[in-house]
Design a protein around this ligand. Structure first.
Ligand code: DQA
Length: 145
């Protein structure tokens, strides 16, 4: 099985960016941990990060026929991007939305997600562990269906 971890804008700065909110783990270390977790389950995990909406859309398109599930932290695009919503709907690949922070405990504009209602589930508020929990949830869903 092959899965994709997608990270959106500013998540390349993890570890340095607002550590009180997002923690001290870098994106590279999160990706290494998650790849190991996936490998221990016999799964190949591809990782992609971009600050550009169109690049994220194109990476989602590339999943067709290649990827069975997507983990997505779309960063701020979560709250604004109809294009990402449409891309995920277009490829019809199951996905889990995740966030390091509890977006519902933050500014009102972070309470809306354009991705959540079509996701298998949403994980937020557990810092770097949100990635691991999201992977567990996605695998559970894919193995059931
Ligand atoms: C985030 C939450 C978003 O609101 C924010 O724009 C981010 C990170 C999170 O992981 O907590 O960039 O997705």
């Amino acid at each position: 099985m092959r899965l994709l971890l997608l990270n959106g804008p500013n998540l390349n700065l993890l570890g340095q960016r607002e550590p009180g909110i997002y923690g001290r783990s870098s994106l590279a270390s999160i990706e290494i941990t998650l790849r190991e977790q996936a490998e221990s389950e016999g799964i190949v995990l591809d990782c992609f990060q971009s600050n550009f909406e169109g690049a994220l859309v194109e990476r989602i398109h590339k999943c067709m026929g290649q990827t069975e599930g997507i983990l997505i932290n779309a960063g701020a695009y979560t709250h604004t991007s109809i294009a990402l919503r449409d891309a995920l709907a277009g490829v019809a690949i199951p996905y889990v939305e995740l966030h390091l922070s509890n977006t519902y405990a933050r500014e009102p504009f972070r309470h809306q997600s354009l991705l959540a209602d079509r996701a298998i589930g949403v994980v937020c508020g557990f810092g770097a562990m949100s990635y691991s929990l999201a992977l567990q949830g996605l695998l559970h869903h894919l193995r059931q269906s």
